[in-house]
Design a protein around this ligand. Structure first.
Ligand code: PHE
Length: 347
């Protein structure tokens, strides 16, 4: 035959053996060593082709042609095999690194409500259950609404209890309490009866300490109607205390003074932490002061547009931060606006 090599194998046999080996090469490493064995510089095919010189002259062209054919055939087979292996390896890699959709996801960091907001919402809920609507009044007030219409004329000593942030515009300040909203609500609803709460931020020019902040929330309450009496105030606020701090809570009303209520009182509940036995939070008195309240002063009713001989009412004001501090034993009011997550995450 024309493709007689000198090794005892014909080119055809060598090619058949090479193809069989190629089929057995299972990965790219085996494939590379197959290439070196057959088609590399010292490969069996390469060497067989080189031996063309040892053949009789007339057989050389045919052998050469045949050898090139075999070589091209094997190169092509090699390429095909290489591609098939590469595809298989990719499939394998994909299978290994496939996304496991059953894996639990990474936890999403969830925010929460600020402790003041939580207390505010609890307060809204309780008063809403008792038929009070929320009335939002402004943070920037006039001296007239913040003080004068509430019966603090200029120079009144009670103004000293509420040092103010004044704007550069004469007579305009940040409200020091939510009470000016009483006048705004009355002037809006007069002559209808009123049952509202007025929540919002208040501002005072204070030395900031563990007990004083220069901004804090208040929730004001206002009831105006016919034959509203001090017993209505007592009964309703006592009920509020039970709903807010737990049934069976003891309460007491202490006489107090506000220019815009007459008579005025402060409401205490028995200490939430020690149950009245006496502790640091209640300063060993057994009582916690929760809010200020009183019957709306006739002058204030009149300033709101109501005839004090026909209408009467009561009002109260509480501080949600103070309530949160008392019920959680928080000792420093500055935590509320310090944005420290170690504090905020506890609520
Ligand atoms: N406005 C008063 C304060 O800030 C609280 C209060 C409100 C008292 C309504 C009586 C009635 O201290």
């Amino acid at each position: 035959m024309h493709d007689q090599p000198l090794t005892g194998l014909t080119l055809g046999q060598l090619a058949a053996e090479a193809l069989a080996d190629l089929g057995a090469a299972a990965d790219s490493q085996a494939l590379e060593s197959w290439y070196a064995t057959y088609l590399g510089r010292k490969g069996r095919i390469t060497q067989a082709v080189r031996r063309v010189g040892e053949l009789p002259r007339e057989e050389r062209p045919t052998f050469g042609q045949r050898a090139n054919e075999v070589k091209r055939e094997l190169e092509a087979a090699y390429e095909q095999r290489a591609q098939a292996l590469k595809a298989a390896e990719m499939q394998k890699a994909l299978a290994i690194s496939a996304i496991d959709v059953t894996l639990p996801g990474r936890p999403v960091a969830r925010g929460r409500l600020h402790p003041s907001t939580q207390v505010l919402r609890r307060i809204y809920q309780i008063w809403a259950d008792m038929g009070f609507q929320i009335y939002l009044s402004r943070d920037v007030e006039t001296d007239e609404y913040n003080f004068q219409l509430l019966n603090f004329p200029p120079g009144h000593p009670a103004r000293d209890m509420q040092d103010s942030f004044y704007t550069t515009t004469e007579g305009i300040l940040l409200r020091t309490h939510t009470s000016p909203g009483q006048i705004r609500a009355m002037r809006q609803f007069c002559p209808e009866p009123i049952r509202v709460i007025l929540p919002g931020m208040c501002y005072r020019y204070e030395q900031v300490t563990a007990r004083h902040e220069m901004q804090f929330y208040q929730v004001e309450g206002l009831v105006v109607g016919y034959k509203i009496r001090f017993t209505d105030l007592k009964g309703t606020l006592n009920d509020f205390a039970q709903r807010m701090f737990g049934a069976g809570r003891k309460t007491r009303f202490r006489a107090s003074y506000f220019p815009f209520t007459e008579p005025s009182a402060e409401l205490d509940v028995d200490c939430i932490l020690c149950g009245g036995r006496g502790c640091r939070v209640c300063k060993y008195s057994g009582w916690l002061e929760i809010l200020g309240c009183g019957m709306v002063n006739p002058v204030v009713l009149q300033n709101g547009g109501y005839d004090p001989t026909v209408f009467s009412g009561y009002a109260f004001g509480m501080g949600p931060e103070r309530i949160a501090m008392l019920s959680n034993g928080i000792e420093d009011i500055r935590y509320f606006w310090a944005d420290d997550l170690r504090f905020l995450e506890q609520f």
